[in-house]
Design a protein around this ligand. Structure first.
Ligand code: ATP
Ligand code: LTN
Length: 332
């Protein structure tokens, strides 16, 4: 097989994905569909580590699928599925938990950050074992590449460590995956607090640009984004984190270089620049939002597509799980 295997996942933790999700990860998902064998998974089991409201959870899982298709993930080109539809994820997840050390799991910064937020005592065990389930997601599909944002680098490293450990103890079973992490746009910041990452679950409402927001709402958010001292439109992450973030957003969506944008806005104020950013963002997101809303009108069709994806995924996942069980000496 000359095609490379690609796998990634995203949690259905909000009504809408945001521009950080798109520029940090989902844009690469779309690009990698061509010429590769791509598997994309809505990781609903991972999302159970947060607060759950059943009706909302269901709605968000479907909204996630609609947005992924609307932003360019084609169910014909890629295998798009929901994690809980493929039971092998839980099954291999347990094997990964039995392979991982308590110490190495304790060093995961996502766990440390998220558990610190709610107080260590209220953190769920599932939040702690989350990276081992993620390793299972990746290893089941023998992925070469895992397109994610910068914040996921540590989980990919852990996945490689676990695969190496398993292969050397029990025989060659898993391919070692590589993160596919872009430099530009790999981290988009909250518009109101431009030193914190734009985040579905912890961002400020006004600081997060959502795919499903109305054009008016997103325009308003950009126009009231926190800016920095001075009035020069210049990329300088230290001194001007707010303007730098807006430059990254404009450049990533318009395809124009940062230098080119700095030139255009030389001598003009922040107001003109923000207006231009708003226009680029709104026009980029408009057709995506429209398409997603259209897809959500036919729920049955959407669910059928996800079932078809799960069937394709299961073929690969069950083959890897069966090799894993065999190499571990589990009696068939
Ligand atoms: P949550 O707040 O629920 O943890 P999130 O907004 O961080 O959600 P995830 O579902 O954890 O989003 O991430 C989906 C993908 O988007 C991941 O590959 C992640 O690296 C990427 N990503 C998330 N936030 C950003 C951001 N601000 N900039 C760039 N990439 C991001
Ligand atoms: N932990 C990831 C989501 C995720 C994932 C995966 C990403 C779960 N399983 C497998 C890539 C591959 C996150 O928080 N963004």
């Amino acid at each position: 097989m000359t095609q490379k295997r690609v796998l990634s996942g995203i949690q259905p933790t909000s009504d809408s994905f945001h521009l950080g999700n798109y520029l940090g990860a989902l844009k690469q998902w779309v690009e990698l569909q061509d010429g590769n064998d791509a598997f994309y998974c809505i990781v609903d089991l991972h999302a159970l580590t947060g607060e759950i409201e059943p009706a909302l959870f269901r709605k968000r899982t479907l909204a996630s699928a609609a947005q992924l298709i609307a932003l360019g993930i084609s169910p014909e080109k890629s295998t798009l599925f929901v994690q809980s539809h493929v039971a092998e994820h839980n099954q291999l997840g347990w094997i990964m938990e039995c392979l991982a050390g308590f110490g190495e799991a304790s060093r995961m910064t996502q766990f440390k950050d998220k558990s610190a937020k709610g107080g260590a005592d209220s953190a769920r065990v599932g939040l702690f074992t989350y990276p081992m389930l993620q390793a299972a997601d990746i290893l089941l599909y023998q992925a070469h590449y895992v397109p994610v944002g910068e914040d996921q680098r540590q989980h990919i490293e852990l996945t490689r460590d676990l695969a190496t450990r398993f292969n050397s103890r029990f025989g060659e079973t898993f391919r070692l995956p590589e993160g596919y992490i872009l430099k530009a746009g790999a981290k988009i910041y909250d518009l109101q607090e431009p030193t914190a990452k734009m985040s579905k679950s912890s961002g400020s409402v006004a600081g997060v640009l959502e795919i499903m927001d109305t054009p008016e709402a997103n325009t308003k958010k950009i126009k009231s984004a926190a800016t920095d001292a001075g009035r020069e439109v210049k990329f300088d992450e230290k001194e001007k984190p707010g303007i730098s973030n807006l430059l990254t957003i404009h450049s990533s969506l318009s395809g124009r270089s940062i230098a080119d944008l700095e030139n255009e806005f030389e001598g003009k104020g922040y107001g003109d620049f923000k207006g231009a950013v708003a226009e680029v963002v709104v026009e980029y997101l408009r057709p995506i939002r429209t398409k997603a809303l259209e897809l959500l009108e036919d729920e049955k069709h959407l669910i059928d597509l996800l079932h078809e994806g799960a069937e394709k995924a299961r073929v690969v996942a069950s083959s890897t799980l069966s090799d894993t069980y065999k190499n571990l000496g589990l009696v068939k």
